[in-house]
Design a protein around this ligand. Sequence first.
Ligand code: RBV
Length: 422
Amino acid sequence: MVKFKIAKEDLFKKGKEALYFAENKMPVTGKVIRERFKKEKPLESIIIAGCLHVTKETGILARTLKAGGAKVILCGSNPLSTQDDVAAALVKEGINVFAWYGSNNDEFYWCIRECLKFKPNILIDDGADLIYTAHKEFPELITNGTIIGCQEETTTGVKRFEAMEKTGHLKVPLFPVNDARCKNQFDNELGTGQGIVSAIYGMHVLFAGKTVIIAGYGHCSSGMALKARGLGAIVIVTEIDPIKALQARFAGFQVVPIAKALPNADIILTATGCKDVIQPTKEIFESLKDGVILGNLGHFNVEIPTEELYKFAKKINPIRSNVEELVFPSGKRVYLLAEGRLANLILSEGHPSEVMDMSFSLQCLMSEYIVKNKDFLSPSMIKVPEEIDNEVGRLKLDSMGIEIDKLTEDQIKYINDPGSGT
Ligand code: RBV
């Protein structure tokens, strides 16, 4: 029997429809790699635990890992991103899912522990909570060699592991899948970029003519800035990195310190990976414009100081699904999206299937790579091999019917010859 804990088993029909829809838009993960995995079974007798947003796209990943012979266990990577219907459909297919929409903090970590109790060999994380918990509470899985390798899906998770590696706390081979080109140039830029449109759709307001602050100018936020401009907004970028600030300026955006920009902003969107992007002081809160919309698209709910905002507000009115109106003592109102959590996932369905196809193809091929190379992996951060990144790019182009050029022998000779100058 499949062990699981989800919201409602009888939602499975709707979940199946969602999976059908995603599968058609994910031909690399859902067809090409799956067909090969079915034949070759590269993940035979491997247990894979995934701490991922339980969405229709993650469902396609789980199906392909299973087709490759793996036993798959899933928990959510955000308390508000689980699609309960998809979870129900996956359970019917024999995937062990421990996730439901609206879980509290204790329940969230309970689900992670349930996954680790299966003694998984590969961990696929989104935000580092699963792998971090394995280090802290299940160290024997690492010391006795049960865990052979780990994969991280998102920027925030990669940053946490970099910090662990620096302090000597990283004890597993860790592949930052987020940093592969086929991941961050598409999922982060296009997925998050389009995510702001869906997030603001939750408010059903016009972007055109609004002053929008985009906090940060990394892969995610630069995608957001472009989309906001495309929709007719006046876009101000805030940064702490001089090079990224220059990139934003040369892309034609205003670059201004956040405290100066805040009073004029109609919409503020964060994706920096850091806390308190809006400083949690009474003065800063009161400097916000009446009616401002606050949304976060970074992984954790720390960028907008939600707790302090809730405390400061004299009234909180739920006005739409996942949108709250906070009324300040002065009578000023601000609109908070998704309790300050990943608005691109919570006010929408997550990043579109077409971009997740590339991210999740990488995850499939990296699981296969870990199994094949398990005897040679050291406990450290290891870059996704370029061949795998390029392979996913090629397969995606193939699936879209796009051909590209190949270097001739003569051209290969030319670019590899340091002597070929003027
Ligand atoms: N993300 N997953 C989805 N549809 O399943 N959408 C977004 C989905 C991932 C994305 O890869 C990003 O890095 C991460 O969520 C942020 O938590």
